[in-house]
Design a protein around this ligand. Structure first.
Ligand code: SF4
Ligand code: SF4
Length: 129
């Protein structure tokens, strides 16, 4: 069932960090020079080394073994999403809305496959069991 997101922000606050990324997320960021995003991405390479994505180039991509959201520019894991903000209207917004990763785009708590009542998403209110 499709319902409208009310931009309460609960999902980004609860699940918007400690998520794995995919190569398909980071390639467009590299191609468009989105170091503002890549500096917050943790990259584990196939040789076991770690870096943020700030200096990542396309030639590095085949060596990427794991992608983590999110880290600070020094590589320290964050326990919040650095792109989340709450505006004066109290609604939640995403600073990278047009370029957010697949894990965020695909998260729809009212969908059968994802449904997350523990989240108490207000857009799920009509489908609570
Ligand atoms: S918890 Fe539900 S209503 Fe709130 S922002 Fe997320 S999807 Fe939208
Ligand atoms: S990137 Fe945007 S959609 Fe994803 S957790 Fe952060 S604020 Fe939410």
């Amino acid at each position: 069932m499709k319902q409208d997101c009310l931009q309460c922000g609960k999902c980004c606050e609860k699940w918007g960090w400690d998520q794995r990324g995919i190569v398909e997320d980071i390639v467009p960021w590299i191609l468009s020079g989105r170091t503002d995003i890549l500096q917050h991405v943790g990259i584990r390479f196939s040789d076991g080394s770690f870096a943020t994505g700030a200096r990542l180039s396309l030639s590095d991509v085949p060596r990427v073994a794991r992608i983590d959201y999110w880290v600070d520019p020094g590589g320290k894991k964050l326990r919040h999403c650095p792109f989340f903000f709450r505006a004066e209207d109290k609604k939640a917004y995403c600073r990278i809305h047009g370029a957010k990763p697949a894990v965020c785009i695909e998260f729809a708590p009212w969908d059968e496959g994802i449904r997350d009542y523990a989240l108490a998403c207000p857009a799920c209110r009509d489908t609570t069991p």
